[in-house]
Design a protein around this ligand. Structure first.
Ligand code: PEP
Ligand code: MN
Length: 346
């Protein structure tokens, strides 16, 4: 249940409501920014309705409340003038890991020439083996930030651990929570207290309910800038790195107001499968894509197999430019430029 309080409500009136809720031993959360109280489903709403401080009540049947579209129809926010919402299609692209200045500058220049507004790149990498390349750390963040500034791009990068929050906050425009951290509730809770957008990847074995409740941790802290990112779930079949669950797009849209973007790179694990899944994601109504690209994919220090070359990415943009205007969704404006690189045979 979400209780919207009157703008004119006095501190004392609010306190009376809180005391009432406490008397029922209800765990509730007051979100000052939106002047609302969030609580789990409550069976006697009439007791609350009569409180003078109450403007309106949203009775929500699901365990997630703020992530539900019973309460809110649309999430829309802006990253330095670029709108992220359910009615835009945004593309984020860049290497799996920031490796060196040349790599990240070449990538940033290429993205900017193609009208892309967001550069991705990991500086702290969650690797399965501790002996794999684990990123350049703060130096990587600085390189990414510098390249982004030079080419007027916005930075998307992973916040791997709470101890890194100050650094990542300083250099990122959107903070990515990786699949492995989707249920790091302590981290999510702290990200609820900041004012930058969070890209919340789906845990590799998370149900939709788990995922929306993870988003709820961030939302209930007062941070309403959350974008979901489907990146594939684990299955029994070793033929595919992950199973990219594109069916979740329409489900999210039925149940939530949060924008959802798709990561076909981790979702498939193979470069040749990125394009078909990216196009399918757009056709299914996704609000954007996050794609791994590299100036020389075979030399990438992480996830090289799933990384697109600039030419492959240009071809994807070309196809998206053809596809997106013909879809039945009202995504009025897309943040896609026209690919300028000449396509060679792939
Ligand atoms: C990534 O985007 O680089 C990444 C590690 O993704 P995921 O958390 O989805 O594995
Ligand atoms: Mn990767």
């Amino acid at each position: 249940m979400i209780i919207a309080l009157k703008d004119t409500s006095l501190v004392k009136e609010k306190q009376n409501l809180f005391n009432l809720l406490n008397s029922f031993s209800i765990a509730f959360q007051y979100i000052e920014k939106q002047n609302i109280v969030v609580l789990p489903k409550f069976n006697e709403p009439s007791i609350i309705k009569n409180q003078p401080v109450v403007e309106s009540i949203y009775e929500i049947e699901t365990s997630y409340q703020l992530a539900s579209n019973v309460w809110k129809k649309k999430t829309s926010f802006d990253v330095s003038g670029i709108e992220i919402s359910n009615s835009k299609f945004n593309i984020m692209a860049g290497p799996c890991s920031v490796e060196n200045e040349e790599q990240i500058y070449k990538t940033a220049e290429f993205l900017s020439k193609n009208g892309i507004k967001f550069i991705r790149g990991g500086a702290f990498k969650p690797r399965t083996s501790p002996y794999s390349f684990r990123g350049l750390g703060v130096d990587g963040l600085k390189l990414l930030h510098k390249a982004a500034q030079e080419f007027d791009l916005h930075v998307v990068t992973e916040i791997l651990d709470l101890s890194l929050l100050d650094d990542v906050y300083q250099y990122a425009d959107i903070l990515q929570v990786g699949s492995r951290n989707m249920q790091n509730f302590f981290l999510l809770n702290e990200l609820g207290k900041i004012d930058k957008p969070i890209l919340l990847k789906r845990g590799m074995s998370a149900k939709l309910n788990d995922w929306l409740l993870a988003a709820e941790y961030i939302l209930s802290g007062g941070n309403d800038k959350v974008v979901l990112c489907e990146r594939g779930i684990r299955s029994f079949d070793p033929m595919s790195r992950n199973v990219l669950d594109l069916g979740i797009i329409s489900l999210v849209k039925e149940l939530s107001h949060l924008p959802i973007i798709i990561d076909p790179s981790h979702g498939t694990g193979v470069a040749s499968r990125v394009m078909p899944m990216a196009l399918a994601a757009a056709a299914a109504g996704a609000d954007g894509l996050i794609i791994e690209i590299h100036p020389e994919p075979p030399k990438a220090l992480s996830d090289s197999q799933q990384t697109l070359s600039f030419n492959q990415f240009s071809e994807l943009l070309l196809n998206l430019n053809t596809l997106l205007p013909n879809l039945p969704y009202s995504k009025t404006e897309t943040h896609l430029g026209s690919p300028v690189l000449k396509l060679q045979s792939l």
